[in-house]
Design a protein around this ligand. Structure first.
Ligand SMILES: [Cu+2]
Length: 112
């Protein structure tokens, strides 16, 4: 009689519960993207990146030509991310792989 309740409780504590707690490693990456000719290029890249397995978040800024990606390094590598962009017909260069460090000087200072 109690067995059933117990089993259900276990089920709720299953792989899904662990997954939301266990996936903490996120690496951040800044990319310089060239070849974009309008804002929808940026949206297109953004969409493809954010649908890529291992990517948590992707933002592409047409005006600055910069892309920001938050990803799980266990699932995808920076090289694979730049390849994705290149496959779409744009050129991308890793500008900086971000580690959780504060107080760094302004990244946009280095943009001509
Ligand atoms: Cu475009």
């Amino acid at each position: 009689m109690d067995k059933k309740i117990e089993k259900e409780a276990d089920h709720n504590r299953g792989p899904l519960a662990n997954k939301s707690l266990g996936y903490k490693e996120v690496r951040k990456l800044n990319l310089q993207v060239s070849g974009m000719s309008c804002a929808s290029c940026a949206l297109r890249i953004e969409k493809v990146l954010s649908e890529t397995k291992g990517v948590n978040e992707a933002m592409v800024n047409f005006a600055t030509g910069q892309a920001f990606v938050a990803f799980d390094p266990a699932q995808i590598s920076p090289a694979e991310l730049t390849k994705k962009i290149d496959e779409l017909g744009y050129k991308s260069v890793v500008e900086r792989a971000e580690f959780p460090v504060g107080g760094m000087s302004c990244a946009s200072c280095s943009i001509g």
